[in-house]
Every structure is written in C-alpha cells, then in structure tokens.
Design a protein around this ligand. Structure first.
Ligand SMILES: Cc1cc2nc3c(=O)[nH]c(=O)nc-3n(C[C@H](O)[C@H](O)[C@H](O)COP(=O)(O)OP(=O)(O)OC[C@H]3O[C@@H](n4cnc5c(N)ncnc54)[C@H](O)[C@@H]3O)c2cc1C
Length: 496
C-alpha cells in the first residue's frame, strides 16, 4: 500500500474530504489531472450550511474574501428572498465567495495537515480487490500506479472513477445548454446591475434569452445565460454569442471587452444508484449532476465529504460499527435525490418552457414562498439547514438527526459556542447537567469529547451527543435511555 485513501479530484469535495481524513490522521493522497486550477469559479456563493460546516472546523474565519451582505437565497430566481433566520443559524445569508477562494482555503488546510495533492496526475485506470484499490495514473513522468485501501471519486460531473468502476448513473440527459462566463465590459447601460443585491434582482428575460448578471467585486461580472438554441457542450464560447446576449437583454450600448473564463452547462439530472462499490466510493458532482439552480452543488459536495470523512476514518482505524460506512450512502443518497428534484422543478421557471402556464405557475409558487411557512420550507431545503438524518434506534427528540445549532455555551473554561468544540473532528457529548463528567472522554477512546456546560435555553435535554459532522445522534434527559447504544452505533464499542 502507498496510502490509506486515494482521493481523485481536488475540487471542493475532494479537498474537504482529504482535510477530514487528514484531521483524523488517515494517510491520504489527492490526485488532480490539472497541473494548475483553471482559475474559473463555477460557484459564486456558499449556502448557510456550508458556512456552518466550515465554521465547525475553524475555517470560516480565514475566508477574508467572504461577503455576507447579500440578503437571502433564492428559488428559481423568484422575486422573494429566502429567509433562513427561522433555522437558528449564525449565517442566515448566503456567503458570496468565489469557488476558487474556497478551494485555496482547503488546499492551504491540506498543506497544514501534510496531505499531498499530486497535480497533473490523471486517473486513467482503476481496479479493486479484497485488500485495496490500484489506481493507474498518467502524470508528468508518464504512467504509474498508486495503491490505497480505499479510493474516493470526487472527480466531478464527468467522473472517470464512476465510469471505470462501473457505477450505474441513471437519470435524464440535458435538454438545454447554457453559458457561464466571467466577463469585463467596455461599456454598460443602466440595465447592468451594480452592488450586492438579492439574487433574484440580477435575473432578466428578453428576446428569447434568460440571463443572470452580477458583479464579481473586482470589476468583472459573472453572466449566465441561455436561450432555445442548443450548442454542443464542447463548443468554445465565443465573444459573438456573449455580445449577442448582452445586446439583446441589456441594450446595444452594453459592450463586451473580454471574456476571462467561459464554459457551458446543461440541465442533465442524474445520480448514481449506490455511492459505494466495496472499496470505491463517490462524492460530490461525481455522484450527482443537476442544473446549478440556486447554488446547491458545493453545499451538497462539501456535506457528502463531511458525512463520509469520519466514517471512512473509523473504518480504517477498525472501530467502525457494522454498517457505519454504508450509512454514507443511506444518508446522502436521499439528500442528493432531493436536490435533483428541486433543481428539475426550478428549471421549469428559469426560462425553459416559457409560456402562459409557466407564468401562472410562477405566480402561484411566488405567492406560496411569500407565506412564512412556505418561505421557511423552501429556505430550509435550499440551504440544507432543514436536513434531518434518520436515526431509527434513538429515542425521539426534536434535535435528533438534525444539525446541532451553534448555540452559546458556558463551559468550565468559560463562554464559548458549540462550533468551537468541534474543531478536532471527533464527536462531542454535551453534558448539560446529566453529570456524565469529562473523565468519560478517556473511556470513550478519545473519539468523543465530553464537555460539561450550563443548561442551554431552548435545548430541552440534559445531554446531547453530536457526531463529527455536526448532526445530533442522541439527545435527552435520561442517559440510560439509549445513550450507550448511540455511542456504540456511531463511535464503536463504548467503555462508558
Ligand atoms: C455555471 C455554474 C454555476 C454554479 N454555481 C454554483 C453556486 O453558486 N453554488 C454552488 O454551490 N454550486 C454551484 N455550481 C456547482 C458547483 O460548481 C459544483 O457542484 C462543484 O464544483 C462540485 O465540486 P466537486 O469537487 O464535486 O467537483 P469539481 O469541482 O468538478 O472538481 C472535480 C475535480 O476533479 C478533477 N478530475 C476530473 N477527472 C479527473 C481524473 N480522471 N483524474 C484526476 N482528476 C480529475 C478535475 O480537474 C477537478 O479539479 C455551479 C456550477 C456551474 C456549472
């Protein structure tokens, strides 16, 4: 074996997964076929749950480029901002951040953790047996082989891992093609938006086009547009087609100076049937593709990685309970399927299938999203703050399966908040008066830190057990009612 885990792909998903594995002390190697990142940011913002996930590992504070001033997320560009405040979060607004800045942050984290990223190394072959996986790679020095105990494909929408390992990828082929281009203007009309606004305000329609145009903060703009024309995904994006869309929607005085980066995307909607094939797993866009509507892809990939990292580490360290690794598929497949469903629903509103019925449906859904309950439902879905994993063996509790809110705490060491206790990447057992005591941490093999704290207003429990991914796996007043079972399930055999 050269390493314990081979991560293929240094996008946000692969980098986050490698960071989680590195934190758990797992020997990990990341491969990426690009010698250098392209510099293009597909995503321009992070959903609130991604911000929380980064905060759980102390990473959010390092994002100096992050801008939290844009109000609310959106659904299908409908003219109603999504309000995340009912979800008890410190990050109610989407965080405006170019994807490259997130990738840089995570790459720096890997450097700190000593996890190597082999750039310019493309996966071209893959075989697995009972003991491990052999990856055939092509790199600057020709072809070579790398062997690991597990391999995770985080290699994006056109994943080689998915194809080489034979994962079934059912779903729908794309029916449209659209362009995402980072551009600079020579001249602009008053129709070109300026400053931070609600995302829905950046959308326009006209002359058969739909567009989303917003400033990137450094003088350049991101323009996403489409019309009824379907172009080959590989056809280069030309100045002429960008200029045509600009003229049509923003007036003839709006003139393109240059395209910095441009690519095409479609509304293809597919998901692998299983996220695991023995020693090969998939995460992020490699496992699911959908129209990038409402900015959910990075959120989905980061949380795939966050769900998988500690489980794979447990498997490799030998303390995972039976089936722990398979809960990755069980928990994340339905979440991916739900995003695919809402992305398909959004495509109906985004200029595709424009017509009287669509306009009527848009109005009805806009009215629904204007109601407090309707807005809360959609904001929870789009931000992933409403996520609740199934925890069938634990006693019912309102927090069970949900993300632990980042509540203020008063511990023996003084005031803090929940996210500050989770940076080590292990579990946290909050002792809010149950009398478990910190000595239990050592008995739990160091996998769970027991933290006594004063009772928390709004948290109706004397103890809460939180997994490394921030999801509550036990909460209640009676520690004799299933706490040991939860510790065994998620953290191996407890010695409590
Ligand atoms: C126009 C557009 C706008 C978007 N906007 C948003 C947004 O605002 N918010 C949001 O959350 N999401 C958005 N998304 C989606 C988001 O960008 C993706 O979901 C995200 O990049 C997925 O991350 P990933 O790490 O899974 O895959 P990728 O980012 O695709 O990374 C995969 C990596 O694998 C590497 N790779 C591929 N094949 C191989 C191989 N054979 N060997 C080695 N390496 C390989 C690639 O070089 C790449 O670095 C947008 C997407 C598009 C197209």
């Amino acid at each position: 074996m050269n390493t314990e885990v081979i991560v293929v792909g240094a996008g946000p998903t692969g980098l986050m997964l490698a960071a989680e594995l590195g934190l758990a002390g797992i020997d990990t190697v990341v491969l990426d076929r690009l010698a250098e990142p392209t510099g293009q940011s597909k995503a321009g913002s992070l959903q609130p749950r991604s911000a929380e996930v980064l905060d759980l590992r102390g990473l959010l504070d390092h994002l100096s480029e992050a801008d939290r001033s844009r109000p609310g997320g959106h659904f299908a560009g409908l003219p109603v901002a999504l309000d995340n405040t009912p979800w008890q979060t410190r990050h109610p607004n989407p965080v405006t951040l170019p994807q490259v800045a997130l990738e840089r942050l995570l790459a720096d984290r890997l450097a700190e953790l000593g996890v190597p990223v082999l750039r310019g190394h493309e996966l071209v072959d893959l075989t697995q047996d009972d003991d491990g996986v052999t990856a055939g790679t092509r790199g600057p020095d020709g072809e070579s082989r790398l062997r690991g105990r597990y391999l995770v494909g985080c290699d994006g929408a056109h994943s080689s891992v998915r194809k080489l390992a034979g994962f079934a990828f059912p779903g729908k082929a794309g029916t449209m093609s659209a362009v995402a281009a980072d551009i600079e203007f020579a001249a602009t009309s008053d129709l070109v938006p300026t400053g931070q606004r609600f995302f829905g305000d950046y959308m326009r329609r006209g002359g058969g086009y739909w567009t989303l145009l917003h400033p990137l903060g450094d003088g350049a703009y991101r323009m996403i547009f489409g019309n009824a024309e379907r172009r080959d995904r590989h056809a280069p994006v030309t100045d002429a087609e960008v200029q045509a869309a600009l003229h049509t929607v923003y007036g003839p005085e709006t003139t393109l100076a240059r395209i910095r980066h441009a690519s095409r995307f479609s509304d293809a909607n597919r998901q692998v049937e299983r996220y695991r094939s023995d020693r090969v797993l998939l995460a992020g866009d490699a496992a699911h593709i959908h129209l990038p509507a409402g900015g959910q892809g990075v959120n989905l990939g980061l949380q795939d990685a966050f769900n998988l990292g500690w489980k794979l580490a447990a498997q490799l360290r030998g303390w995972a309970s039976d089936g722990l690794l398979d809960t990755y598929h069980d928990e994340r497949h339905p979440v991916g399927a739900r995003v695919l469903r809402n992305a398909a629903a959004q495509s109906v509103f985004m200029g595709i299938g424009e017509g009287t019925e669509v306009a009527a449906l848009r109005e009805v859904v806009t009215e629904l999203v204007t109601t407090p309950d309707g807005n809360r439902y959609i904001s929870g879905m789009m931000s992933a703050l409403d996520l609740r994993y199934d925890m069938p063996d634990a006693p019912a509790h309102e927090l069970l399966g949900r993300r632990m809110p980042d509540v203020d705490l008063v511990t023996d060491a003084g005031p803090t908040r929940f996210s500050r206790l989770a940076g080590h990447g292990g579990g946290v057992l909050l002792d809010l008066g149950a009398g478990i005591g910190p000595a239990a941490s050592a008995q739990l093999g160091g996998r769970v830190g027991v933290v006594p704290a004063e009772p928390v207003p709004g948290v109706d429990a004397s103890a809460v057990l939180v997994r490394p991914d921030g999801h509550v796996c036990w909460a209640g007043d009676d520690v004799a009612d299933g706490l040991d079972r939860a510790l065994a399930r998620w953290f191996g055999q407890p010695a409590r």
